[in-house]
Design a protein around this ligand. Sequence first.
Ligand code: G3H
Ligand code: 13P
Ligand code: ZN
Length: 345
Amino acid sequence: MPLVPMRQILDEAAKGGYGVGAFNVNNMEQIQAIMQAANDTNSPVIIQASRGALKYSKMIYLKKLMEAAAEEFPHIPVSMHLDHGNSLETCKEAIALGFTSVMMDGSLAEDGKSPNTYEQNVDITRRVVEYAHPLGVTVEGELGCLGGIEDGHGAGLSADEVDAHLTDPAQAEDFVAKTGLDALAVAIGTSHGAYKSGRKDPVTGEMLPPNLAMERIHEIHKRMPNCHMVMHGSSSVPKELVDIINQYGGNMPDTFGIPVEQIQDGIKHGVRKVNVDTDSRLAITGAIRKVFVETPGKFDPRDYLKPARDAAYAVYVARMNAFGQAGHATDYKGITLEDAKAYYK
Ligand code: G3H
Ligand code: 13P
Ligand code: ZN
């Protein structure tokens, strides 16, 4: 099956009432682990690459790996999505490379740091939609800003500032109408990376999960039942993965991610795409550290990259089951960008 437009995967997910994991990749091992997990759980899936990933992989390698993935598992609907595009030019480049979906993150300016005004966000997102839809390509936009900062991307907002940048449901309605986007990333208090919460139990001092404004998702879904929402920063940062890293010489402080139950609540209320990157990074790092510490004489990269791929695979399988996409790969036949062109007309 050729790479399918993400819009189809999200429409089908809405029909089936489930969410679909969108997993970030930088290399072959992650792509193979995702595809094996999708095959073994019979899941449609979204594979996404950030600008940093494209730079790291020199673009063409990632494109060819994605084509190989689609060729190896022709029955799995899979989209190739640009994560956090920062300009029309970046989106155009990704589309030229064969991406079937792009995110125009107009919540931030082109520097990927300073928050844009609402009008700027509407303008740039609409321009990307006008460019992408005639080519059959799906567009994700973002309204409101996430907390934290990851590899230079993100406004680096403090907990208080995040509150002021949460997605406003009434504005979301206007944003979707004015831009014509396919998927709306919402800011509800999640952030990228492994450190999502500044909250501690005042008595025990233990870390608490971040406070999420789930009611905003409920409200947006009530106002726009057909709008596909996206949750960024959705890694659960499992303690057992952090523990493995620390057990084998790492030094990660206590932390807390997004409990899977909260994501499932979002899915019940219109979240169709769930972004996960950090959990795969944690699994990979822990597995590699374990090999290095337990067998310091090893130097063949396959000796540690295979366990790393297996550890990432386990994360993907768990998420595919939890988000509900498992079992749905063969519900439908993937369409092409050509078919999607007709859809947008
Ligand atoms: O947007 C955040 C993703 O986790 C991608 O991260 O920019 O380090 O590749 P990255
Ligand atoms: P995590 O850092 O929580 O995995 O989020 C990834 C993400 O939102 C990519 O866009
Ligand atoms: Zn993100």
